[in-house]
Each structure stands twice: as structure tokens, then as C-alpha cells.
Write a protein that binds this ligand. Structure first.
Ligand code: SF4
Length: 499
């Protein structure tokens, strides 16, 4: 159930070397990844030196069969990139959202570039200053514009693709996983040196089509085979012979976002050898091992659909407790809690989830969920279960306690909004009204992912940020927060002062 946190974006791009239209690949690649961004979507195709774009707000639409030819006509070409977006930077009024919809394009000195990006840039002020010198009056609505213009500046200096991308990797701080097309039809992708956001590569069985996708589900839906996850600091180009891989920047520390495993990614995606749902099951097993007394005192497990389901199976397998499937989603009610006022949260949960009171009355229940951010949704759920007659309510949370904001593309911008930044698990248990709130340990999380600590970003859990400016901003924000200053808006209000 979670708290409907939002991630910055989902990326998909593909090329067909038999010059077949690419639009349907881009369309399905984005449909499969709409969970990564629901505010806007965009398709961009490349055809004989010309770029064709369609951008719009909301979810990727269903296409009517009789309109398909029209879409192919509007977006011709054998190379394309697309994006689904939720904004974690820039303005959020409707006009700005449309302007900030990706993919973005820019041109300079006869060079043209199209970019689709997932992530969040931290040193925006410094970049904006630099870009404004070359592009007077430059303003931007999304971080993709910064990457696109910065790359063009480097190309205009006469640099080749690898050295232009390398400069971006060295000088841009933050998370960026990018797929791009140049005016002469070069199709490539790259990731920031910490590899914070996912991006994988795959191909069709007959090797006519090659693609990049934020998650493997974007490849699966197109019947493409996964080849590899891009390495941090890697540039990947595509030719008829396949992928060309070049590691441009090599940092000892990598920082793949640990929250992808617990919440954002689709359970049927994989980032390494394990599927996300397998990792979530392991989270559940681990919570049982870490909380034997709670397990001993419980009668049953109840998961809130759908992000708690996989961990509930793990809890069930490890503990032998019955997993009572007494909580079901109203399938076609899709409104999101975040657009509603606080007072409406109760009815939103009622409208989205049906919990069967007779099944939990008089029972000691463990509820599994993925994360606690503000805490208000969890509180409402606990209250609801108590009203329905649950004797005890224990809460198992698969992502450890979040204590700091995210600067890399997840919508957790301030300390003030995070219940875990101010309160211990015991205090949170009291605020939420549960009998116990049991967070998974950071060590348990790391172990379940199959990654090691040096490969993961755990900054919102530990306060140790992989990029230096983010650390500086976080420290300054925390100082002000502790002094009781009100944190307003997005974190970049503070960035200018410390950058
Ligand atoms: S700070 Fe947290 S949410 Fe943000 S990238 Fe790091 S692990 Fe992910």
C-alpha cells in the first residue's frame, strides 16, 4: 500500500536495424513502466534526420485499434526514445508539467540532440549558470534539459561522444540514467558514475532490435532478451553488430538505490540475477528472523496489496503463520491518495482496499508493508484494523527507517515530512497506535538484495550521501531543521546557498 511516493521517471529507447517502425516498442516499453511516472509521458522518433515528438500529461493512453496507423504516421522512424515522468524538480503547474515532459530536445551550431532521462541533478545552479552563457535566456522545466544542453556544449567544443559524455559524468552531480539520439542518428545510453538509477539493455532474438529500459519489464513486454544492466559510469552505443560498452568513469563506491528493491520497481523486474519479488520475499523471511517474539505472539499475517504481498509470502514461509488474504484491492479504483486531502484518507483507503472484518476480529495480526514515510497512511490502517476488531496490530516494514531526504529522484525532499527523521521506532509505534512497528535492519536489507554495502545507496537510511554536494545540502538542511526552521517546498531552495 505504502504512501504513494513518486519516482522521477522511466526511460525506454530502441532501434531497429531493418528500418522497421519503432513506435510500438516505445509505446509498450513505457506502458510496462508507467509505475515509474504517471504525470506525463512522451514519445520521440527519429526518421531520416527528422525528429517527431508527442508529449502529453497523465498515464500512457490506451490506443484504439483504428487509430494505430495514425500513431505510426505521426511518429515514423526506426529509432525512438520515450519517457514517463513524475516531477521531483521544477514547477508543478499544468503548463510547466507539459513543458517539462520528456523526451527533450535542443540544438546548437547545427547539432541536435534528444534525451530521455531518469534521475535527479543536484548541482543545478552551477549547471544553469554554465549553460546560460552558451544559451542566453536558458530556462528549464526538467533536469533532462540540463543534461541535453550540457552535452551539446561539449559536442560544440569538438569533443567526440565518449569525451562529451565523460565530461558530463565528471561535472554533473546526481543520478542520471539517459537514453539519447543525435541528429545523425547515433543512439546511445549512459549512467552516472554511481549508477543510482537502473537502466538495462536488451535485444530481439533475430538481433534486429536493440533497446534500453529502466526496468527489465520494458524489455519483457516487447519480447526482448535482457543482455546486461549498465555499469555505473558506462557509455553504451549501438550498431548492427550489437552493443559497444565503454566504462568512462570508475568510482570505488557505487550507489544503486536500495529503495528500488523495496518499493519502486515492479516485482517482476530484475536488476541483477534476482527478481525483485524474490528479494521482497527474503525481506519478509528476514523480518521473521529479526522479530521472533512478535511472530510468537501473532495469529496471522495480513498484507496490504500490492507491495506488501511478496514480503508477506516470505513471512508466511519462515514463520508458518497463516497468510490471511482478507485484504483485496478494488481493481478499477485507481485514484491516488496523494491528490486527496488528509481528511479524505480514510475513505480513500476504504475505496481502494477492502479488508474483511470477520477474518481479523479478535486476532493478533501482523501487517506487512514496504515503507513508512510520513506515517499518516500507516496510522490510518492501524486504526482501521483496530476498529474492525483486531486484538493486536504489529507492523512489519521491509524498508528500514527513513531518516533523511532523497536527492536522487525520489519524492522525499525534506526532513520535516519524514516521521523517521524525528522519532525512534518506539515513538513511531506510539504515534501510529500499533503494538509494535518492526523495521527491517539495514544489514538484512543489504543481504537480501545480493548486493554489498559499497554497491548500494542507503543515504536516506544512514545520512551518508554518495555525492558531495548532496551531503553538504543534507547537512545544512538538517542543521536548520534541528533549529526549528520551517522547510518549505523542494530542497533546492537551500542548494543555491551551499553550492
Ligand atoms: S537516498 Fe534513498 S531513495 Fe534516494 S537514491 Fe538513495 S536509497 Fe534511494
Amino acid at each position: 500500500m505504502g504512501e504513494q511516493l513518486k519516482i522521477a521517471c522511466g526511460v525506454f529507447g530502441a532501434i531497429n536495424f531493418q528500418k522497421q517502425p519503432i513506435f510500438s516498442y516505445i509505446y509498450w516499453g513505457l506502458r510496462a513502466q508507467n509505475h515509474r511516472g504517471h504525470q506525463s509521458h512522451g514519445f520521440l522518433t527519429y526518421n531520416n534526420g527528422k525528429i517527431h515528438v508527442h508529449r502529453s500529461l497523465d498515464l500512457v493512453p490506451k490506443l484504439k485499434t483504428n487509430a494505430i496507423q495514425e500513431w505510426f504516421g505521426r511518429l515514423p522512424g526506426h529509432i525512438g526514445i520515450g519517457n514517463v515522468r513524475y516531477t521531483t524538480s521544477g514547477k508543478t503547474d499544468e503548463a510547466s508539467l507539459i513543458k517539462g515532459t520528456q523526451p527533450v530536445t535542443a540544438s546548437k551550431n547545427g547539432l541536435k540532440l534528444a534525451v530521455s532521462f531518469n534521475g535527479n541533478i543536484v548541482n543545478t545552479f552551477q549547471l544553469k549558470k554554465e549553460i546560460s552563457k552558451e544559451f542566453p535566456g536558458f530556462s528549464y522545466e526538467c533536469d533532462a534539459d540540463l543534461i541535453c544542453h550540457k552535452l551539446l556544449i561539449e559536442f560544440a567544443k569538438g569533443k567526440d561522444l565518449a569525451s562529451a559524455v565523460e565530461t558530463c559524468m565528471q561535472e554533473i552531480q546526481g543520478a542520471f540514467s539517459v537514453a539519447a539520439i543525435t541528429k545523425d542518428g547515433k543512439f546511445f545510453a549512459f549512467k552516472d558514475p554511481y549508477g543510482i538509477r537502473p537502466l538495462c539493455a536488451g535485444h530481439s532474438k533475430d538481433h534486429s532490435t536493440y533497446a534500453f529500459s529502466s526496468e527489465t519489464v520494458g524489455l519483457n513486454i516487447n519480447e526482448l532478451e535482457r543482455d546486461f544492466e549498465l555499469e555505473p559510469g558506462e557509455l553504451v552505443t549501438v550498431s548492427k553488430d550489437g552493443f559497444g560498452r565503454k566504462k568512462l568513469v570508475n568510482r570505488r563506491k557505487k550507489a544503486f538505490c536500495a529503495f528500488e528493491f523495496a518499493y519502486f520497481a515492479r516485482p517482476d523486474s530484475r536488476f541483477d540475477e534476482k527478481y525483485v519479488y524474490e528479494i521482497r520475499e527474503e525481506f519478509g523471511r528476514n523480518l521473521v528472523r529479526e522479530n521472533p517474539d512478535v511472530v510468537k505472539d501473532a495469529d496471522m499475517i495480513l498484507s496490504l496489496p500490492e507491495t506488501g504481498d511478496d514480503s508477506a509470502l516470505g513471512v508466511h514461509e519462515e514463520s508458518g503463520l497463516r497468510w490471511e488474504r482478507a485484504s483485496r484491492r478494488h481493481r478499477y479504483v485507481t485514484e491516488r491518495a496523494f491528490i486527496l486531502l488528509n481528511r479524505e484518507r480514510y475513505s480513500t483507503i476504504d475505496k481502494k482496499i477492502n479488508i474483511l472484518a470477520p477474518k481479523i476480529r479478535g486476532k493478533r495480526v501482523i501487517v506487512t508493508d514496504d515503507s513508512i514515510v510520513r506515517g499518516d497512511t500507516t496510522k490510518v490502517i492501524v486504526e482501521k484494523l483496530r476498529k474492525m476488531g483486531a486484538k493486536k496490530v504489529y507492523v512489519f516494514i521491509t524498508f528500514p527507517r527513513i531518516i533523511g531526504p532523497c536527492f536522487y529522484g525520489i519524492d522525499m525532499a525534506t526532513y520535516g515530512q519524514l516521521i523517521g527523521s524525528k522519532h525512534s521506532p518506539e515513538e513511531i509505534t506510539e504515534i501510529i497506535g500499533a503494538d509494535a512497528v518492526c523495521y527491517q535492519s539495514i544489514e538484512g536489507l543489504i543481504k537480501a538484495t545480493g548486493f554489498n554495502r559499497e554497491q548500494l545507496c542507503l543515504a536516506c537510511l544512514t545520512g551518508k550521501y554518495p555525492t558531495p554536494l548532496a551531503q553538504k545540502i543534507a547537512d545544512e538542511m538538517k542543521k536548520r531543521f534541528m533549529k526549528g526552521y520551517e522547510e518549505t517546498g523542494r530542497l533546492y531552495g537551500i542548494a543555491e546557498a551551499v553550492e
